[in-house]
Write a protein that binds this ligand. Structure first.
Ligand code: C2O
Length: 484
């Protein structure tokens, strides 16, 4: 069988070239492209939910052994290209850099695309090193499993030994972007799937777009897209957490996040959500068609130290990248336990104090029948960078409600570290409040920003300075915005 040239790690660069035969000029790049093997008719592998993946003990052991081998190699020689660390450092080099750096793969439309290519390269390295030709990197369905899955938490396993200060609680609904109070958003399972467009054409739309804004762009604009803000950020901060000494766990810091094997399982689920979103042809049609996007190639390093390229044509078709998902349902079809909403016993007193608050009137007449395509959005403008990692839930309640009442959660935002700094690309935060706006039409509401516990011990003082922002306002996203 003609196998993907990189799967045999002992192949040297010259044999890779001979693999494509005579068509050397452009085939050189194609041969290095990750999708080259599917050109030869290989069936894609299935990427599995980690819970199903781990049911096969041999499969799990092979995965653990390969990651352990990579980690051991890095411990012996941190530059060994077969090591775990050089692979993890790719994320540091492309993501833990200034927000406006041209190489930055966050805060723009390279977020989903680059991470897809990155997972794929990593999974192929493990496939080659493990010798398990069917290996695909399993994903963590945090919509269904609100704790770190067992396979990534078992003591002694290479999949669990990353630096983590995970708080002793489960992920809340709002951190995984599940909004049970709004029927439209609840049906989606992940509210970010309501984003209508992939590419943001103006800076003001970045946080409502599914895929982000172009980079580079004439405006020099950047920011978290809808999915990147939540659930992407809060899950990072939850897993990594913060130690009692104030140290960020690996996942809480972009410079170290990919050292934690769960990074690729988290991003696998985000990648799966992209596949779910693009099942809708109208939405998929909004993916960029510019040459700058379609002709782009991402460069990584293979385990022999040679550069490999991943062309965008392969990134946009997972079967070319060599995988499909076992399920395109947001939630695992057979629930394994009660949903978090069944245990939302939280009261305001159990949470750190609010770091922001504003009362505003809902500009909606009680008798108005809103267009079903119309969404009401709460925008928080001119948000200044927080000074420490955090995840903040945004709550809305009637202005007359008691002080200790939390109200309805409408979403979260989070701040990660990026090396020595806080990564903060978001000047404007946007939350879909359609359901609460209908409920409180014409009334005064109070919006409160209340941090989540992210400390390992979950005890002791967890306090945050006030968040500085310009104003909170309610805006309308109409049906016609669909066409913009
Ligand atoms: Cu490049 Cu979740 O980070």
């Amino acid at each position: 069988m003609n196998d993907y040239p990189h799967d045999n790690s002992t192949l040297s660069a010259p044999s890779r070239r001979s693999f494509v035969g005579g068509t050397t000029v452009i085939a050189g790049a194609a041969a290095l492209g990750l999708a080259s093997r599917s050109v030869f008719g290989q069936a894609p592998r299935t990427r599995m939910d980690i819970v199903a993946f781990a049911q096969d003990a041999t499969r799990l052991a092979n995965f653990e052994a390969a990651v352990q081998e990579m980690m051991d190699r890095s411990a012996a020689d941190e530059n060994d290209p077969r090591g775990w660390l050089p692979n993890a450092n790719v994320h540091r080099d492309f993501c833990s850099i200034p927000d406006d750096d041209a190489s930055q793969m966050h805060y723009c439309y390279w977020f989903l695309t680059w991470h897809r290519a990155y997972i794929s390269v990593t999974e192929r390295k493990i496939r080659a090193i493990s010798g398990d030709d069917s290996f695909s990197y399993p994903y963590w369905n945090w919509s269904s499993d609100r704790h770190i899955p067992q396979a990534f938490a078992r003591s002694g396993s290479s999949l669990s030994n990353a630096v983590r200060f995970t708080p002793p609680r489960r992920l809340q609904d709002d951190e995984v972007d599940y909004n049970p109070d709004d029927p439209t958003l609840a049906a989606l399972g992940v509210a970010a799937l309501s984003a209508r467009r992939f590419e943001a054409k103006t800076p003001g739309r970045i946080s409502r777009s599914f895929g982000g804004i172009a980079r580079p762009n004439g405006l020099g604009a950047y920011g978290n897209n809808r999915l990147e803000g939540t659930p992407h950020g809060p899950v990072h901060v939850y897993v990594g957490g913060v130690s009692d000494e104030g140290d960020a766990g690996d996942m809480t810091d972009f410079s170290t996040a990919a050292r934690d094997p769960i990074f690729f399982a988290h991003h696998g689920n985000l990648d799966r959500l992209w596949e779910i979103w693009r099942q809708n042809p109208a939405r998929r049609a909004t993916e960029p068609t510019s040459e700058a996007f379609l002709n782009h190639r991402f460069v990584f390093t293979w385990i022999d130290g040679a550069p490999i390229e991943v062309p965008m044509s392969d990134v946009l078709d997972t079967t070319k990248l060599g995988y499909v998902y076992d399920s395109l349902d947001v939630f695992r079809p057979t629930p394994v336990g009660p949903m978090a909403s069944a245990e939302s016993t939280e009261s305001a007193s159990g949470r750190p104090p609010a770091i922001g608050r504003q009362t505003l009137r809902v500009p909606l007449q009680p008798e108005a029948v809103p267009d079903e395509n119309e969404r009401k959005l709460l925008e928080i403008t001119d948000v200044e960078a927080p000074t420490q990692p955090m995840t903040v839930s945004v709550f809305v309640k009637p202005a007359t409600a008691p002080v200790d009442q939390l109200g309805t959660s409408i979403g979260t935002f989070s701040a990660l570290r990026a090396g020595g700094e806080i990564a903060w690309p978001s000047q404007t935060l946007t939350f879909d409040i359609t359901a609460v706006a209908k409920k409180y039409a014409g009334e005064q509401i109070t919006v409160q920003l209340i941090p989540q516990h992210i400390r390992a011990q979950g005890a002791g003082p967890e306090t945050y300075p006030p968040l500085k922002f310009g104003q909170m306002r309610i805006v309308t996203e109409g049906a016609s915005d669909h066409h913009r």
